[in-house]
Write a protein that binds this ligand. Structure first.
Ligand SMILES: [Zn+2]
Length: 407
């Protein structure tokens, strides 16, 4: 459904670095089809191109951003199959694929890098991503390195097993075939990037390129980076308006990956899990509070722009603190397994189909944090008891506090 006009007003007191914005091409109420131009501090331009997904998603389109920084630089390539939409979007901006110098991938999830192989092949751009992104490229399926020794992870295995069995009994499982084919070609594209020795650049935390500065922010994804620029920050999925990004749970690196990863990245505890995500939010909050957030999703939704500053990162921290408070509370009331805690915390409508796995996985990330901070104990058979403490409050406060931010 096309919309007539779009309000392009924002609150200048909360986003003082944003100087102007103009919708160059309108789209639908979720932002599909839109191209928007922003002017930030110092007259720097940021163009946002909405890139569509082939499969339905509640996150809405992926927003790729174009900036001129030592050459035309695209932040995120969008989902696989989004090449035409990208070319059309660039055309609205008076650019073409071969004008691009580089693409920066915020993290290795399909909706951000699905299109990257086609893009690099078609345009010869350099592919920039966090150094860990490249270590994982040939091993995509190994990213799900759950820990069979962990009773919390065994609970997740159990949920997966039940869901697989449930799906088998449904004739509709062949509906997955197009998705699987899509996924296989995504993985093949990844392998091709390395095999064809396409031009890549491995980003390190704190690295700079002109006025762009890269901030390594793992937690939602092991290889997530944010890119700050002159009062603005491209946050990928690290900070999103309206939705809280799914935190990872702890992982173990399969042997094949471990051998190739630099020593400073070998401690998986520093790269996965809710505590890691919260620490990364604390790190992002070291930027000025009034920095304008350019997220990879929900830049525009329900016919309205979401123009937020880093107060949104603070809100996400508070969301998780409240959730942890509830988790501790329901455990105190007798919910003693990850599945029971999940059923207490989520409404039943969110627990149907794949929703249950996603919800239990999110609960496991919270339970792991509470166990690490000594607030709960998990026995080998997966039973959870409360310790009567709430250390998580002060520990999270310390990770995200102003004093820490100024250090
Ligand atoms: Zn993601």
């Amino acid at each position: 459904m096309a919309i007539e006009t779009v309000s392009t007003s924002w609150n200048r007191s909360t986003n003082p670095c944003l100087e102007g914005m103009e919708v160059l091409r309108e789209g639908d109420k979720s932002g599909y089809g839109m191209v928007v131009n922003y002017t930030i501090r110092g007259g720097r331009e940021v163009s946002a191109i909405s890139l569509p997904h082939r499969f339905p998603t509640r996150t809405g389109p992926t927003w790729a951003y174009l900036v001129d920084c030592q050459g035309w630089t695209l932040v995120d390539a969008g989902p696989q199959g989004a090449m035409n939409a990208l070319e059309e979007g660039l055309k609205v901006l008076g650019r073409k694929l071969t004008d691009l110098k580089r693409v920066i991938i915020t993290h290795g999830h399909q909706d951000h890098d699905g299109n990257v192989y086609d893009l690099v092949k078609a345009s010869g751009v350099e592919l920039w991503a966090h150094e860990l992104y490249f270590h994982f490229l040939p091993y995509e399926s190994a990213r799900t390195g759950l820990d069979r020794e962990s009773p919390l992870h065994r609970a997740l295995f159990e949920v997966t097993r039940r869901e697989v069995e449930g799906n088998r009994s449904q004739p509709s499982s062949s509906d997955n075939a197009p998705w699987l084919e899509h996924y296989r070609s995504y993985l093949a594209g990844h392998r091709n990037i390395l095999e064809e020795k396409l031009p890549i650049h491995a980003i390190r935390d704190g690295e700079e390129l002109g006025d762009l500065r890269f901030i390594y922010a793992p937690g939602h994804s092991v290889d997530e980076i944010c890119v700050s620029m002159n009062g603005a920050v491209f946050t990928g999925d690290h900070v999103l308006p309206q939705i809280t990004p799914h935190p990872t749970i702890k992982r173990t690196y399969p042997e094949a990956i471990l051998g190739t990863i630099p020593a400073e990245h070998q401690d998986t505890g520093e790269h996965y899990g809710l505590a890691c995500y919260l620490k990364s939010l604390g790190k992002t909050l070291s930027l000025d509070h009034y920095t304008t957030v350019f997220p990879a999703h929900r830049l525009f939704n329900h016919g309205l722009f979401n123009i937020r500053n880093l107060q949104r990162a603070q809100e996400i921290v508070r969301h998780h603190v409240r959730r942890l408070e509830r988790v501790v509370e329901v455990i105190g009331e007798g919910a003693d397994t990850p599945a029971k805690v999940t059923e207490e915390l989520f409404p039943p409508r969110k627990l149907v189909g794949g929703g249950f796995f996603a919800a239990v996985s999110e609960m496991v990330s919270h339970l792991e944090l509470l166990a690490d901070m000594g607030d709960i104990q998990v026995s080998q058979d997966g039973k959870i008891i409360r310790n009567g403490t709430d250390n998580f409050h002060s520990r999270i406060e310390a990770m995200t506090a102003r004093e820490q931010r100024l250090a």
